[in-house]
Design a protein around this ligand. Sequence first.
Ligand SMILES: C[S@@+](CC[C@H](N)C(=O)[O-])C[C@H]1O[C@@H](n2cnc3c(N)ncnc32)[C@H](O)[C@@H]1O
Ligand code: SF4
Ligand code: SF4
Length: 392
Amino acid sequence: MTQLNVSKRHLKNKKEIEKIIDARDYVIEKKNKGIMFHEARPDIKKIYIEVSTRCNLNCITCIRHSWSLEHKDMSLELFEELVQQLDTFSNLKKVVIGGLGEPFMNPDIMKMTELIKNKGYEVKITTNGMLLNRSIFEKLVSLNVDELVISIDSFQEEEFENIRKGGELKELKEKLLQLKDIKEEEETIFPRVSMEFVLMESNRDQLNLLSEKARDLGVLNILVTNLLPYREKMTDEILYGQGEEELDLPIKFWSTPIEGLSTMCTMDMPDMNWNADRQCDFINADACVITVEGEVAPCYALMHSYTYYIFGREKIVKSHSFGSIREESLEGIWTSPDYVKFRDRVREYSFPSYQDCKINDNCSYARENQDCWGNIPSCADCLWAQSIVRCP
Ligand SMILES: C[S@@+](CC[C@H](N)C(=O)[O-])C[C@H]1O[C@@H](n2cnc3c(N)ncnc32)[C@H](O)[C@@H]1O
Ligand code: SF4
Ligand code: SF4
């Protein structure tokens, strides 16, 4: 927690307050019971960068279907501008090249990866894998990229191709085996390969097979997420909120030998029920998201505008940007009063829970991402904060 509660009694001791204010930068907020000092420091630890919203596939699950936005790439110029600014953030360790699109659609992706890797950050790239080839693998290996997260929603060919339209499972498997060979030749474990699986009614039978199939392809970790349905009809595909404590799984951990050592691999499952404990992985990780346009959003959930269905209830999400790196520095945006206060509000999770509200069907606030406590944006209905929907 980066906030300090100072009572009225405390406030009388002016010298003490001055000592605090001198020592650090704070955003000061007047509250009923005193004044709140929110720490405002350049303490980003993780950055997600969306380098393209274009894609070579047309997955039936993809939330991009609910956008009316023009799909585009981040320019190399904007990326370079961003990379230059990252020096300000001494705590920054991890960069995830991802977002809502296919990163390898950006013709400058390798140059961008090199720029970011040369800065010494841990780099993870999320991809559908279909555009990868030997020369890209060789480059990723030579750059020592830390992790590639490949999306695979089924190990059954027809089902894979029905979900990930335009993709081909056989070809993807061949590519992953090629990467495995290249890593063996180069005697490296990098990039480590992980996999993301969107769990639905139609592919739930695949869960039992995942660890075995993934092991053959050199996958070390499997992140299972639930589906965020963007059409009412898709709510038939969701498996959460049905009172199921845990899905029936034969194995969640397995080990794979890597360079003679046994490495523990994991299958990381989402929560399946709405509950009182709400935690935001983006805010808790001191992370932010930079969209393809250079907007700074707090998370994937708020980076674009879209519609989804939460337990059958329609929700219209309006994107939320705290500023654009085209106009201001990332440091200025990150330490701006609105963003600093928002992060502390999310840490406290100071939002209502519409799911627990009996009149949610008739509430105009619940229809959008704002709430009856005056928060815009509101995290009241967030499935990420429930660990029901997840991102790498
Ligand atoms: C939006 S994609 C972007 C990266 C890349 N194009 C890919 O498919 O891996 C990131 C991840 O979100 C998943 N995803 C797409 N639509 C989703 C939805 N409606 N609910 C939950 N996850 C979704 C994808 O399957 C993928 O694993
Ligand atoms: S590959 Fe990724 S971005 Fe492309 S349609 Fe599928 S989920 Fe969406
Ligand atoms: S709780 Fe959800 S909407 Fe709020 S910042 Fe976190 S991921 Fe975004």
